[in-house]
Design a protein around this ligand. Sequence first.
Ligand SMILES: *Cc1c(COP(=O)(O)O)cnc(C)c1O
Length: 431
Amino acid sequence: MNFYSLNKIAPNVSFKDAVIKGLAPDKGLYFPVKITPLSQEFLNNIEKFPNEEIAFEVIKQFVADEIPEKELKEIIDETLNFDFPLVSIEENIAALELFHGPTMAFKDVGARFMARCLGYFNKEEKTAKVTVLVATSGDTGGAVASGFLGVEGVDVVILYPSGKVSDVQEKQLTTLGQNITALEVNGTFDDCQAMVKRAFLDGELIANKNLTSANSINVARWLPQMFYFFFAYKQLKSKHKDLIFSVPSGNFGNICAGLMAHKLGLPVKHFIASTNINDIVPNYMETGIYTPKPSKQTISNAMDVGDPSNFVRILEIFKNDDAKLKKVLSSYSFTDKETQNAMREIKEKHHYIADPHGAVGYLGLKKYGIDPNAFGIFLETAHPVKFLNVVEPIIKETLELPKQIKEVIDKEKVSIKISKYLELKEFLLNS
Ligand SMILES: *Cc1c(COP(=O)(O)O)cnc(C)c1O
């Protein structure tokens, strides 16, 4: 059994059960029982391997033999059918663009991997139909909808707050059809999240439906995010510099995957978790006290999280030793004003258009300081067109829509409007 619950009450489970359950029955997040570093020989020769082989080496110990090598390789090939370029910004700083997938946010990798794992388990062992239930403030819904489209044995139900996601994001959630249903909630993101949480605790629903979640608490969404850090290393190894990664962070899944990559032996000097004014972790790093707060709205809204769920996994990686944690991780918070200024600076000085989340990552590198022996990488987590109404007025330029966006923008929206939990429950029981 490869995964234990961080609440330490529920029994250990296999990869398959961790994926199907999402969260452990004691409400803890699953964490690998054992983490074996990759061989030095592999890391020394990483530039000789295609991305798909690197991904296989990185993930195989966590999947174990629950998906045979051939099928796991197919899942990886399908997950990674786009590029992860490093774009030079300054002499010692580059953006790692993670937005070349179908919905133009980094979440595509985790969503596609998780969808295909669930699809495999369903096909091989005829597990009962699984319903993926997910609340979104924007990007997660689109990535999950696209990743799970047409996957047999899996229905996807996405709750989103009416009028509070961007036009592009709404089209990405509501135009696919097939096994994807969008529920348009008369309320806020917090209302959507509360309904989803209530559903997972509803005895009558649990007795009738196999519900799982598709946010980064699910190990099959979280762990594949390790790949990006290895792909960046592969491209930068020949520079022989100390690598510093800055990760724009909300729920802290992505940065936690980077720290897992480090645990597997990836030679990284330091990680920076860059946040907007939702500064729970920067505060923790300063005071040693973790104080969740209600989230505040910002222009980098995918990071408006007041109680980042994956932070407990980060503490587990460092065995709750704050001194060890601080050697590897720093965390800084930035205001919207600083983010806007950074977007302007990156455009004017370096002719690059960063989205608000990437700009927060850039600010993290600047604050930490990149000396001449080091090389800083910030993760560009979404394409700037996903945040058109924020980006265009700041950079005073009209952005051209990439083909992934053009494809959905004229399609017809289909959603079911709901206002109350009972409407969600009825929908689930009758579908
Ligand atoms: C989800 C998201 C983030 C935050 O990632 P976490 O893994 O939750 O920390 C950052 N930027 C964008 C664009 C996102 O969609």
